[in-house]
Write a new protein. Structure first.
Length: 123
């Protein structure tokens, strides 16, 4: 496994390649090379950037699907916080279930994918 410092130039190269492929932005780029985390799931590979907000169970980060260039918001849940809250796991399961049932609703944020990271205490 590579150290974090060794992976940083690799991430910067990926970011530079993404900027070269992207259409001319109308504002500053969403992600900067110093704050990118890469998350790989069944629906694609996502570059996650700055924190947009925080809630009871975790944080929401801005991101980009690296294959489609779709801008997304990624909710990262801390399993330890979920376990500490009364009915925490049931609440999270209910939220996921509701989002799955809604599908692609025109005025409600949609669920793309749920990624359970076994090696970390995050979901």
């Amino acid at each position: 496994m590579q150290s974090n410092s060794a992976a940083q130039p690799e991430v910067q190269n990926v970011f530079s390649e993404l900027l070269a492929l992207a259409p001319e932005p109308s504002a500053e780029p969403v992600l900067t090379p110093t704050n990118i985390n890469i998350l790989i799931g069944a629906e694609g590979m996502f570059a996650l950037g700055d924190i947009l907000g925080e809630g009871t169970y975790g944080k929401v980060r801005e991101g980009v699907n690296l294959q489609t260039m779709e801008v997304v918001a990624a909710k990262s849940l801390d399993k330890r916080l979920i376990k500490r809250q009364r009915n925490g796991l049931e609440n999270v399961k209910r939220e996921i279930s509701v989002h799955k049932r809604l599908g692609k609703h025109p005025t409600i944020v949609g669920l793309i994918e749920v990624i359970n990271r076994v090696e970390k205490s995050k979901m």
